[in-house]
Design a protein around this ligand. Structure first.
Ligand SMILES: Nc1ncnc2c1ncn2[C@@H]1O[C@H](COP(=O)(O)OP(=O)(O)O)[C@@H](O)[C@H]1O
Ligand SMILES: CCCC(=O)OP(=O)(O)O
Length: 367
């Protein structure tokens, strides 16, 4: 029987909320959090109280009766590496999110926001396919120096959701396909999906892969090292902001909005055009890398995220990659449905919720 589920998705600049009855979305709403407001909070976790207050206001505005809820699900954050799936929010998870064991990101708030509402409703709280889903094959874990291991940090929820959607279009199972999924949003992650596992993907938060609207992607290492030593007063948090937040389009053109860049190009701005083309070029190269990971046997290349709304971006990217395999364009994201889907399967007893144990998930094979 279909279940009533509240899904909560805290992002860098917004919190999305959706109520589902079974597969039907009763309503979806979004709260914007202006950068000027978020800047007041030293740590992401400090935003919890304010975001939760606004969330409760949205629930009141939509006259959501908490007694009707049968489960609450939030976006999963930067925990220790873990297998894909639906997890019940637990103490170990909350402790690791507060300790920021894998870093700081708005998704760290999802478990807390879901649990608060779930407790009021007397039901369980879950997360689904968090950003630390780790299915890397062994060969992909080597960084090039034994001091550092590559980490799988990416848009797992949306990548897997759109990959499943394309599998349905192809009338095949996700678990039997070889897909490249490019999540092209404020941050960019491009994954090689081999038989339902993301065996390689650029770490979208720690300076790997193409530059994006607000992230640097990979940089010349020695130059960044020298820069960091000269800018020590910025500290770790300040320097990380150069990579995530103040990189990419923001760094080159002062905006994270591709629509603004396109407007500048339309007025003949050559700098905007060069930066646009460079972002397309870097995305294409990363798709090429994952094509090699899949040894050229590719059932589809899926373009998703906000940039995939741009016809010009998709067309120019197509000139580089079309020869690699069939293109599927899934603009935007399907995260709210994916959160609901994960919670529904557990609540309907089709799947058992997984337990988060912290470091050392036995399903994740480290070097
Ligand atoms: N119709 C559109 N045309 C061009 N770019 C778009 C369009 N819609 C959204 N974008 C761009 O997509 C990016 C945001 O993607 P999105 O997936 O919403 O990011 P996030 O969820 O990471 O904030 C922004 O640069 C935005 O300007
Ligand atoms: C890869 C971690 C998740 C992430 O970067 O999400 P956003 O692009 O939504 O910030």
């Amino acid at each position: 029987m279909s279940k009533t589920v509240l899904a909560i998705n805290p992002g860098s600049t917004s919190t999305k909320i959706a109520l589902f009855q079974g597969q039907t979305c009763v309503f979806e709403d979004s709260i914007d959090h202006p950068a000027t407001v978020l800047q007041k909070y030293p740590k992401v976790i400090d935003q919890l109280e304010a975001r939760s207050r606004l969330l409760k206001q949205v629930l009141a505005d939509h006259q959501v009766s908490l007694v009707e809820l049968e489960g609450v699900v939030g976006r999963g954050g930067l925990l220790h590496p873990m297998a894909a799936g639906t997890y019940e929010v637990n103490q170990a998870m909350k402790a690791d999110l507060i300790a920021e064991v894998s870093g700081s990101h708005a998704s760290n708030l999802g478990a807390f926001m879901a649990e608060e509402i779930a407790e009021l409703a007397g039901v369980s709280a879950y997360i689904v396919d968090p950003v630390v889903v780790d299915e890397l094959q062994e060969v992909a874990r080597f960084s090039g120096n034994q001091l550092f291991e590559r980490r799988s940090i990416f848009h797992a929820l949306n990548q897997k959701a759109v990959a499943r959607k394309v599998a349905t279009q192809l009338n095949r199972h996700y678990e039997e396909l070889r897909l490249i999924v490019a999540h092209l949003g404020g941050g960019i992650s491009i994954g090689a999906h081999l038989n339902g596992r993301v065996v390689d993907v650029n770490n979208a938060l720690d300076g790997e892969g193409p530059f994006s609207p607000e992230r640097s992607g990979s940089l010349p290492m020695a130059d960044f090292l020298a820069y960091s030593l000269n800018q020590q007063e910025k500290g770790r948090v300040g320097l990380m902001k150069e990579l995530v937040g103040r990189g990419g389009l923001v760094s080159y053109l002062g905006t994270n909005d591709l629509r603004e860049v396109e407007a500048q190009m339309a007025q003949g701005d050559q700098r905007a055009k060069a930066v646009f083309q460079a972002m397309v070029y870097q995305v294409a190269k990363c798709i090429g890398e994952q094509a090699v990971v899949l040894k050229g046997q590719i059932d589809g290349i899926v373009l998703t995220g906000g940039l995939a709304f741009s016809q010009q971006f998709v067309e120019e990217l197509g000139t580089y990659i079309r020869w690699l395999g069939p293109l599927f364009i899934e603009p935007g994201e399907d995260e709210m449905n994916a959160l609901n889907q994960g919670a529904q399967s557990v609540l309907k007893g089709e799947e058992t919720a997984k337990t988060y144990f912290g470091k050392g998930d036995p399903h994740v094979k480290k070097l």
